[in-house]
Design a protein around this ligand. Structure first.
Ligand code: SF4
Ligand code: SF4
Length: 554
């Protein structure tokens, strides 16, 4: 029974030029004299080198480790010696340079020892499975290069209803996925089963454009009977850009991924078929990602075909093997979304899928003013208003471009393709995105600088307050000490005054006593005198007794 399919907005029927590179079986491109391995071949933070210049490295050895959560390692695609870790031009529309590890290959292709005992993934926790996939350096091979282990982690409360494998390969000239589906259908299915286990996905769909009949047949034949209960292999109409993630989800499930949302928000996860094969290699062979299929095609070479290419291989090495004719232009990617290469020493990286050579340089006709024909709106698969985006990007009104959902633009080029005024619309959108990202980076930098300044002010204020508090406490302590000393002084003074008062009182008492004696009769005076003499005699007797005792003791 034919599956029910939906249609996405717009799109174009294009001449695919696919057969050009599909006549021959895929062969190894071989080992170039030098491999140039950018530390960033994925979305996220660049990997950190764990080798140094002069080190000998073996094939499959990790040479740079993940530096962050959104990051994956880089492995040596062949054995040799690290001769430089330096800036080198990398695949990017702007022709920028980035840090690369450069290996001078020794031609031996000696590998590290790999324990290729297959992993019993069904008895492995999804987190452990993701870790193996991460350590193997697997990223999305469909073009985006997002670390695959993250896309296999929907979160504990998120249910994945549908896992889609994208085999649409809608862009003209590119055939590497079609060749992989023909060559390794079982490996792709094995990778899909691993992904299904990691995501706990209810159903799986492999979607292939209907211009790849052989690939579809090969996959159907490789599917085990019991797997057809939860894996559907379907053909979808060949309409560019059906391979866009949001467009494919719409075609297969009828669901729309919300603006600023992710497919997983609507219960869908989408991976590329080459990524599935890389995951099968990582789990079943413990093989890190060091190579991939690449289409090298176009009228600039005599020998268009698909090659199995090690990452880091310079483009010129591939062109030389393909018998160059009169190459006037070299594009990385397809004719719609690719970008022109200014330098053929640029290496193949994980996200490279095609090298398109041309024997003439396309000279775009001069752009004319927009006539508001609306053709661009009709073909936009993201349901945007391309002409409005163009106006605001040209006027550098970047807030407005965002109001018109600039970041939903997948840069498919359909609008520019149909524009009768030949306006290079996608260039304006790329310019606007780059400016917004730059502004965002500047804002982040100035926010960080402001935060640092505010924190410094806070620290100075805090120190000032602490100094004042310390001074206040010291003052109080001094005051308290001075109070204690004066209290002691007062106490002494009172004691002296009391002693003086006692002396005075005694003296007055003695004087009074003497005065009383003067007033007595003679008999009374005599009696007192006798008492006094007896008292003196008793005292003397007592003193003599004490003296005698002391004498006898000594
Ligand atoms: S297709 Fe070109 S001319 Fe027509 S509305 Fe869009 S931008 Fe303007
Ligand atoms: S390039 Fe962007 S705006 Fe133009 S058709 Fe594609 S998605 Fe729409």
């Amino acid at each position: 029974m034919k599956p029910h399919l939906w249609r996405f907005n717009g799109g174009l029927k294009l001449d695919g030029h696919k057969s050009m590179s599909m006549h021959e079986p895929v062969v190894e491109a071989g080992i170039p004299p030098h491999l140039v391995l950018p530390l960033q071949q994925h979305i996220g933070s660049p990997a950190e080198p764990i080798v140094k210049v002069g080190d000998t490295v073996l094939k499959n050895q990790m040479i740079a480790q993940a530096s962050d959560y959104v990051s994956v390692p880089v492995h040596a695609p062949s054995s040799g010696k690290v001769v430089a870790i330096e800036e080198h031009v990398v695949p990017h529309p702007s022709g920028i340079k980035a840090t690369c590890i450069i290996i001078e290959t020794d031609g031996n292709d000696t590998s590290i020892e790999i324990d290729n005992t297959p992993v019993d993934y069904l008895n492995l926790e999804p987190s452990a499975l993701r870790n193996i996939i991460r350590e193997a350096g697997v990223v999305g091979l469909g073009g985006a290069g997002f670390p695959s282990f993250i896309k296999l982690n929907p979160g504990p409360d998120t249910k994945v209803e549908t896992l889609i494998l994208n085999g649409a390969e809608c862009e003209p000239y590119i055939t590497c996925d079609a060749m992989l589906m023909q060559d390794a259908p079982r490996k792709i299915l094995d990778g899909l089963l691993i992904m299904r286990h990691a995501l706990k996905a209810e159903q799986c769909i492999i979607a292939i454009e209907d211009n790849k009949a052989t690939a579809h047949t090969m996959l159907v034949n490789a599917l085990h009977k019991h797997e057809s209960d939860f894996i559907k292999i379907i053909q979808i109409p060949t309409i560019y850009p059906a391979g866009g993630e949001k467009q494919l989800i719409k075609v297969v499930t009828g669901k729309e991924v919300p603006t600023h949302g992710l497919p997983v928000n609507i219960g869908v996860v989408c991976h590329n078929i080459a990524t599935a094969a890389a995951i099968a290699d990582a789990i079943h062979e413990r093989q890190p990602l060091i190579e991939r299929y690449i289409t090298i095609t176009g009228y600039g070479i005599k020998h268009p075909r698909n090659l199995k290419v090690r990452f880091g291989t310079p483009i010129e090495f591939l062109i030389q093997q393909s018998e160059p004719l009169n190459i006037q232009q070299c594009i990385m990617g397809g004719s719609m979304m690719g970008f022109e290469l200014q330098d053929q020493t640029i290496p193949v990286i994980k996200t490279t899928n095609c090298i398109l050579t041309k024997n003439h340089k396309y000279k775009a006709p001069a752009a004319m003013p927009c006539i508001r024909c609306g053709e661009c709106v009709k073909v936009c698969p993201a349901q945007l208003l391309p002409q409005q985006l163009y106006w605001y990007a040209r006027a550098k009104d970047f807030d407005k471009t965002q109001d018109y959902n600039l970041f939903d633009c997948i840069e498919c080029g359909c609008c520019a393709y149909v524009c009768p005024s030949h306006i290079p619309l996608v260039q304006y959108y790329r310019f606007a995105k780059t400016e917004i990202w730059a502004q965002e980076r500047d804002k982040q930098k100035s926010d960080a600088a402001r935060e640092r300044h505010e924190f410094r002010l806070f620290r100075l204020e805090r120190k000032k307050a602490e100094d004042e508090e310390r001074k206040r406490r010291k003052k109080e302590l001094l005051k308290a000490t001075a109070g204690d000393a004066s209290a002691e002084e007062d106490k002494k003074k009172t004691a002296i005054e009391a002693a003086m008062a006692r002396v005075k009182a005694k003296r007055e008492q003695q004087n009074a006593h003497a005065a009383n004696i003067d007033n007595l009769t003679d008999a009374q005076k005599k009696a007192i005198e006798e008492v006094e003499q007896r008292r003196i005699a008793a005292r003397q007797k007592k003193q003599a007794a004490v003296k005698n005792k002391e004498t006898s003791t000594s």
